[in-house]
Structures are given as structure tokens and as C-alpha cells.
Write a protein that binds this ligand. Structure first.
Ligand SMILES: Cc1cc2nc3c(=O)[nH]c(=O)nc-3n(C[C@H](O)[C@H](O)[C@H](O)COP(=O)(O)OP(=O)(O)OC[C@H]3O[C@@H](n4cnc5c(N)ncnc54)[C@H](O)[C@@H]3O)c2cc1C
Length: 468
């Protein structure tokens, strides 16, 4: 540790401390925590320092526990598709804490003309009212549609309309995009949001053909299935355990303000006036923060990160006594496609999916509001958000009373939106990483937003700075 007599925090009376470490990780969300876990395995605990601006770890992956309810403020689970996430969970000793979604979660609904319609596969699909007869016929014609070969960026909606018809694009695909990205299918890049779907057309000529070719293997357009999984204490348990294992290597409540080059080392400047000097740095902050941190180092990199838009989102958790809800609640929840002119993106029936998340005899819901379609809604005051829930959720579920328990979480930079120029953004980012050996940019803003993708991003960063 170097202590230099310099002004820090605006005062001449402070020593500015420069701590040295092998790797500095900025951001202790799931990406940063996973990267740090892997780096500790490679370099040892004393060689890694993780800093986060917040006073708790996990970023969006956080669970508030109140009055017997587990309130996940962001993600509520992961699909065990990424072996490196499963391995991390096991290495953290959380294997026995895992909770798989109830069977009810297999029933998922879409709001159509004021009622909930279950999404079903064949043969029930053929008689489902979700699409008109013409819409169903058009979807079934998918194998006859020629593959697009020009390689031009295409929106998710254009792809879906071309392959399975505009009605299915509006109803099924737009709803799915809201569910994953809180986004608008017309504005998001298929290649970057759903790379597997793009690959199915590229490699097999179409979705049905690809599914036939992969029968019994890797699953559908969204990847292999898998059952949504959380932990006994909610998804926040993952971050809490990871943080606990990092011990003193994790410093909370201190914001990074800049990343600079200092001779052959990296210098991370902190809000408290101190600095960290390291051989490597992993920047795992949200893209708009990464843009600020990089502004003095590399204008192009900073610009690329700043162009990534984020959909704001409000998560409204409400609970009701079972007798005040007439619906059977046998399901995962529902999505409200944009063509239904609702303010709500969707609603997860949390107590049906994960019964341990609520006390016995209660119905516990998570309603999502805002997203890229109604971004302004995410910042509404509590009463207005609860008003949307009362108008748009209560009648569908036969809820007769106001909620007896409420928690609301607003995420101004909720979910990154990979727009049609996202390929250019990634190329700029990769070029910058090549210009700055020892620097890795990671997180949910680049190559996937799920927890699985964050873990993959963490491993990419670790591999870049310390190839196995
Ligand atoms: C409402 C919602 C629901 C979701 N549901 C799911 C789901 O069910 N399943 C799923 O797989 N994914 C889901 N996601 C996506 C997933 O939760 C996120 O993509 C993921 O948690 C992002 O992790 P991250 O570490 O990349 O970023 P973040 O969680 O944003 O972490 C970044 C960290 O950087 C810190 N930081 C910021 N600025 C600074 C600074 N200047 N200095 C130091 N630290 C700083 C922050 O405090 C934060 O801890 C959901 C997201 C949202 C918003």
C-alpha cells in the first residue's frame, strides 16, 4: 500500500491511499461477483479486489425478506442451462439451497382481448384462440419460408413476421420480448437478443427444420428448456454467498470514478479519493457507468458504451389473502403483448411458481411496469403503479381487495436494449479491449441479459486477462 500526501476528497488533510492488487473488479453484480470468484481460483484471494458503489452486493440480483415474503427486486430465478453457473452455485455450497419452480409454472398465459389464454403446444395449439385460424395457418407455413441470406441486421419483429406471420409476431413474439427485455420487438436486434433463433435459420433454413434436426437434443429456439431455479432465500442468496466468500476482497459503498493508465498498471480512482493500482481490471458496471469510467481513457469505447439504451422498469410486488383471489392461480403468470394496449408488461404469480416465497395462505404477485414501450411509467409514484395493478391485474385474477403487502422497486437502467446497431457497438468494444491489454469489459449490456449470460460474460473477461 502506498500512502501519498495528496489532496483526496477535496481536502489537504487526507492521505490519498493507493492500494495495490493483481486484479481490480469494478461492480459486484452477478457478473463482477462471478468474475471475482474465478479470479480468486486462479490468482488467490489476496490478489483480487472487488469494489461496488452500493452498500450491498448483487446489483439487480437482490432479495428483500419482509413479513415472510421473499421479494426479488430484479431477477427471480435462472434456467440451469449454463454449466458454469451451476458449477459456481455448487462451489459456493448453494447446491442444497436450490429450489425448482413448481409444476404450475408450466402453464403460461398471454393476455388477449381482456382474458388470459394459455400458451399451448400441438395438438392443443390447433384449436387455441391465441391466434386466429389464419394466424395459426400462417405459423404452420414456417417450413415453407425461404431463409434470409443477406446478413443485414434484422429486428426480432421483422424476423418473426417473415417466418411465422405478423399475427404471431405481434402476439407471441412481442410478448416474449417484453418478458425477457422489457423491450419493443420492432427495435431490437434478433442476432444479438436471440442469437440461437438467428442461427436456427442460418444453419437449418428455418425454425421447424432446426427443431427437427435437433430433436431430443438442444431444445427450442430459446435454448434447452430447464426449470426456473432460485434458492431457499430467494435469488439474492447467490450474491450474498458469493460476497461472503470474497470476504475482505469485496469493498462496498465506494464508487469508482475513473479508470486510468498508470505506466504499465491500471489505476482505478475511487469516490473517497483513494485509488487501486492493478495489473488487470475487469469493468462489470452497467454500460452507462462504464461509459463514464472510460471517458478519459478511450473516447471511442466510452461512446460505444453510452449508445446502449436501457429500458426502465418498475417491479411491483403485492400480496393478498387467498380467499380474496378467485382465480385458481395454477400457472407462472401472464404477459401482456403491446397490441393489448395495457400499461403492464406482465405479472408473475410468484407464490404459485415458488411457494416458499410467501407465507401459507397468501397469493404473492410481481407485476412489471414500464419497459421500452412505456418508459415513463417506471418512474410513476407508488399510488399510480398500484392503480395500474388494480386496473389491469385484479379483474383478471378476481382480486376483490387492495393488497395487504406491497413492495415496489424502480430500476431506471433496468434492462439493456440491443438495438440494430449492437453489432457495431460490440466491434467498437472489442477493438478497445485489443487496444488496452489487461482491460476486460463485462456485464449484461453486451452479449445477453440473463444470469446465465452474465456468468458467460464473467468467464469471457477472466479468460481475456488470464487465459487458462
Ligand atoms: C426486473 C428485472 C427482472 C429480471 N429477471 C431476470 C430473471 O428472472 N432471470 C434472469 O436470468 N435475468 C433476469 N434479469 C436480468 C439480470 O437480472 C441482469 O441482467 C443481471 O442481474 C445483471 O448483472 P450485472 O452484474 O451484469 O449488472 P448489475 O446487476 O447492474 O451490477 C452492476 C454493479 O455495478 C455497481 N456499480 C454501478 N456503478 C458503479 C461504480 N461507479 N463503481 C462501482 N460499482 C458500481 C452496481 O452497484 C451493481 O452492483 C432481470 C432484470 C431485471 C431488471
Amino acid at each position: 500500500m502506498n500512502d501519498r500526501l495528496q489532496p483526496a476528497g477535496g481536502s489537504w488533510y487526507h492521505f490519498r491511499m493507493t492500494e495495490q492488487t493483481r486484479v481490480a473488479v469494478i461492480g459486484a453484480g452477478i457478473t463482477g461477483l462471478c468474475a471475482a470468484h474465478e479470479l480468486v481460483k486462479r490468482f488467490g484471494a489476496g490478489s483480487v479486489m472487488v469494489i461496488d458503489a452500493a452498500d450491498r452486493p448483487g446489483g439487480y440480483a437482490h432479495t428483500e425478506r419482509a413479513e415472510g415474503f421473499l421479494c426479488d427486486s430484479g431477477p427471480n430465478g435462472y434456467l440451469p442451462r449454463e454449466p458454469r453457473l451451476t458449477q459456481w452455485v455448487e462451489e459456493l455450497g448453494l447446491g442444497d439451497e436450490r429450489v425448482r419452480a413448481n409444476e404450475a409454472a408450466a402453464h403460461r398465459f398471454i393476455l388477449k382481448d381482456g382474458r388470459l389464454v394459455e400458451i399451448v403446444g400441438p395438438p392443443r395449439f390447433f384449436v387455441s384462440p391465441l391466434l386466429s385460424v389464419g394466424g395459426r395457418a400462417r405459423l404452420l407455413a414456417e417450413p415453407l419460408i425461404r431463409a434470409k441470406r443477406n446478413g443485414e441486421p434484422e429486428s426480432i419483429w421483422d424476423f418473426a413476421a417473415r417466418r411465422i406471420g405478423p399475427e404471431a409476431a405481434d402476439t407471441l413474439v412481442s410478448a416474449m420480448v417484453l418478458g425477457v427485455f422489457g423491450g419493443d420487438a420492432h427495435r431490437l436486434s434478433l442476432e444479438h437478443c436471440f442469437p440461437r433463433m438467428a442461427a436456427m435459420e442460418r444453419e437449418h433454413g428455418g425454425l421447424f427444420r432446426a427443431m427437427l434436426a435437433m430433436r431430443g437434443g438442444a431444445g427450442g429456439p430459446m435454448g434447452s428448456g430447464g426449470v426456473l431455479t432460485t434458492f431457499r432465500g430467494g435469488i439474492g442468496a447467490l450474491a450474498e454467498r458469493a460476497a461472503e466468500r470474497l470476504g475482505h476482497s469485496l469493498r462496498l459503498g465506494n464508487k469508482a470514478t475513473a479508470v486510468e493508465r498508470s505506466g504499465s498498471a491500471w489505476r482505478v480512482c475511487l469516490q473517497d479519493g483513494n485509488e487501486i493500482e492493478s495489473e488487470f481490471v475487469v469493468v462489470a458496471t452497467p454500460a452507462h457507468v462504464t461509459a463514464e469510467l472510460m471517458a478519459g481513457l478511450d473516447a471511442e469505447l466510452s461512446r460505444a458504451c453510452a449508445t446502449i439504451a436501457h429500458a426502465p422498469i418498475a417491479v411491483v410486488c403485492t400480496a393478498y389473502r387467498r380467499e380474496d383471489v378467485s382465480h385458481d392461480m395454477n400457472g407462472f403468470g401472464f404477459l401482456a403483448p403491446p397490441n393489448q394496449a395495457q400499461r403492464l408488461l406482465g405479472c408473475i404469480w410468484t407464490s404459485s411458481v415458488f411457494p416458499q416465497s410467501a407465507p401459507e395462505g397468501w397469493v404473492f404477485l410481481r407485476s412489471m411496469i414500464g419497459g421500452d414501450i412505456h418508459p415513463e411509467d417506471a418512474a410513476l409514484p407508488d399510488a399510480a403503479l398500484l392503480g395500474h395493478v388494480a386496473r389491469e391485474v385484479h379483474p383478471l385474477l378476481g382480486i376483490t381487495r387492495t393488497p395487504e403487502f406491497v413492495r415496489i422497486y424502480r430500476h431506471r437502467h433496468g434492462i439493456p436494449q440491443y438495438r440494430l446497431d449492437h453489432g457495431d457497438v460490440l466491434r467498437a468494444l472489442e477493438a478497445a479491449e485489443a487496444r488496452h491489454p489487461g482491460l476486460a469489459i463485462a456485464g449484461n449490456a453486451y452479449r445477453g441479459v440473463s444470469l446465465n449470460d452474465c456468468v458467460a460474460s464473467a468467464h469471457r473477461a477472466v479468460q481475456m486477462i488470464a487465459p487458462a
